[in-house]
Design a protein around this ligand. Structure first.
Ligand SMILES: NC(=O)c1ccc[n+]([C@@H]2O[C@H](COP(=O)([O-])OP(=O)(O)OC[C@H]3O[C@@H](n4cnc5c(N)ncnc54)[C@H](O)[C@@H]3O)[C@@H](O)[C@H]2O)c1
Length: 389
């Protein structure tokens, strides 16, 4: 028996579109899902954007104000894909209205916002999924299992990198992303939030850290009109960039393992260079998002000169089998969001969380705040472990 679940999307920029496409595709890949998402409404503040989305994807109604979505009894689950400064207000209101939420990272402007959303979700007894999509990659799940099974020995250290050029162009518009009030932190919330989640997903809790941050492009041009994603604003009036372009962080894990997390949004020559290298006493495992379905694996008893093999993930790894029949048929970024939609809807159907939750977003946000504090003070900062929630 398959029940319909009315869903809404708030904010129809890049992520709003990707969430909508994931709802549309999820049952193609997961016919066993007990729920069938129905696109009820899309809320957007830019005139015309919601109507275009409805015409393209079949939402039955549109809204200019997200509060209409909170009050709409047809809507039982909501994707919150608006800018960071709205996450807390919308997330709390939707949970309090009894709606399950699938909210984008970093869940607000800081840890206090993420906690407020997590508390509201817990109080309301609804599901709260978060867009930490990189942990959904079958190769990342395979790496986690490989590490947990002891195949590379005891983990000694990890390097997590999140390098992008999306903000490297000098004409890149001064959007909400570069303002403290609407974006919160810069590359910390944007990319290092994923990096901190990946580090914890693979190696467990971060115990302490020390970090350094920098702004490399201190001014940008104000856009003349509405923006989506990473728009350009050549010739616009210049305004200050209020948050960091770069972070470099040393990590100590509760397990005793050490790590480095480096993230930058203005790295010319780097397009989505996201990945990790995890080393253990007898092996190592490497992942690069740009070759998402491959792992580099070194294991054995040679220690020195031990070869590294390329392993293509296949139907036995994570959710790969829901997309491709055999190893080395490529999956892409949007497929990670289909997996996220599946886990969210399964959580709703079964009343048990699957996949990343707002609790995981609190852990990530606490680590990011520790990075910001350390960068300010220049010392090591303790990151609360399991008691963080
Ligand atoms: N998981 C990922 O890989 C990933 C990637 C990119 C962005 N994100 C996150 O997704 C969120 C959105 O990012 P984006 O890149 O889609 O941004 P975007 O600027 O492309 O889209 C945001 C949309 O929200 C709309 N909006 C603003 N205020 C609104 C309001 N009051 N009501 C309704 N709509 C409103 C804007 O008009 C815009 O269309 C951010 O929190 C970001 O951190 C996650």
């Amino acid at each position: 028996m398959v029940d319909a679940l009315g869903v809404a999307v708030v904010g129809f920029g890049w992520m709003g579109r990707v969430h909508t496409q994931a709802y549309a595709r999820v049952r193609h890949h997961y016919p066993q899902l007990a729920l069938r998402p129905e696109l009820i409404t899309v809320a957007e503040e830019v005139p015309g954007r919601a109507e275009e989305a409805a015409a393209q994807f079949g939402f039955v109604s549109t809204a200019r104000d997200w509060r209409e979505v909170a009050a709409d009894p047809r809507v039982r689950a909501v994707s919150i894909t608006a800018p960071n400064f709205l996450h807390r207000e919308i997330g709390v209101a939707m949970a309090e209205a009894g709606k399950h939420i699938w909210i984008e990272k970093p869940v607000g402007l800081g840890a206090e916002d993420a906690r407020a959303v997590a508390d509201a979700v817990a109080r309301a007894g609804v599901q709260g999924a978060v867009g930490f999509n990189y942990r959904n990659a079958p190769a990342v799940e395979a790496a986690r299992e490989l590490i947990a099974s002891g195949e590379i020995g005891a983990v000694t250290h990890v390097r997590v990198r999140m390098f992008s050029d999306y903000a490297a162009h000098p004409e890149g518009a001064l959007t909400w992303r570069y303002e403290r009030e609407r974006g919160g932190s810069g590359v910390l919330g944007d990319l290092a939030s994923h990096g901190a989640d990946l580090a914890r997903f693979l190696l467990g809790d971060i115990a302490s850290l020390t970090a350094d941050t920098a702004v490399f492009l201190p001014e940008r041009a104000r856009p003349a009109g509405a923006t989506a994603g990473h728009s350009r604003a050549a010739g616009g009036e210049l305004g200050p960039v209020e948050n960091e372009d770069y972070v470099n962080c040393l990590l100590r894990f509760a397990s005793g393992a050490r790590g480095v997390l480096e993230a930058c949004r203005v790295s010319v020559g780097e397009q989505n260079n996201y990945g990790f290298e995890v080393h253990g006493t007898s092996g190592a495992v490497f992942w690069d998002f740009r070759r998402m379905n491959e792992l580099g694996v070194s294991r054995g008893t040679a220690y020195q000169d031990q070869p590294v093999s390329t392993v293509y993930v296949g139907p036995g790894d994570g959710e790969f089998g829901a997309f491709q029949p055999g190893a080395a048929n490529a999956m892409g970024y949007d497929d990670l969001k289909v997996i996220e939609a599946y886990r969210f809807l399964r959580s709703v159907a079964e009343g048990v969380p699957y996949g990343a939750t707002v609790g995981d977003a609190v852990h990530s946000a606490v680590a990011l705040e520790a990075m910001a504090r350390s960068a300010e003070r220049g010392d090591w900062v303790t990151v609360d472990g399991p008691g963080v929630l």
